[in-house]
Design a protein around this ligand. Structure first.
Ligand SMILES: C[S@@+](CC[C@H](N)C(=O)[O-])C[C@H]1O[C@@H](n2cnc3c(N)ncnc32)[C@H](O)[C@@H]1O
Length: 124
């Protein structure tokens, strides 16, 4: 919302397009200009609430069958937004400045992305 009380353009656009915050447009612009996230990328979002960047990151991964993973961490509990996100997005409630060493590896996108393959391997 703008300081004057009336919702600003980006606030209204976020509502209209199903983004949980207008910050989505910052990452959309970065993505349009630099294409940081490509098909199948691994993305770690430090301080992810309320999840707008999770939405843009997840939709930037391309088709589900191309893989990729988006992990969001925040001290606040964050529910993965339903719109623009799919099973490749997940969140963790933690203070990124005080993560115990043994949790860091378990939170890495590479490790999380490998889990389905590990499960698949174990089930065969
Ligand atoms: C500006 S918001 C992030 C907005 C988010 N990128 C989005 O677009 O939806 C910054 C977030 O960082 C989180 N944060 C700040 N320090 C943190 C820490 N040490 N560990 C985890 N999260 C932290 C805050 O709780 C806050 O939700």
């Amino acid at each position: 919302m703008s300081g004057a009380g009336a919702p600003d353009f980006f606030y209204r656009e976020a509502q209209r397009l199903g983004y949980v915050a207008r910050s989505a447009f910052k990452l959309l612009q970065i993505q349009k200009q630099y294409k940081l996230i490509t098909s199948g990328s691994s993305v770690l979002d430090l301080g992810c609430a309320p999840g707008a960047w999770l939405q843009v990151a997840c939709q930037s991964l391309g088709p589900l069958n191309k893989g990729g993973v988006v992990v969001g961490i925040d001290v606040k509990k964050v529910k993965v937004p339903q719109l623009h996100c799919d099973s490749r997005a997940q969140t963790v409630c933690a203070d990124v400045m005080n993560l115990p060493r043994n949790r860091i590896r378990a939170l890495s996108p590479q490790f999380l992305e490998s889990l389905p393959r590990i499960r698949l391997y174990q089930s065969n």
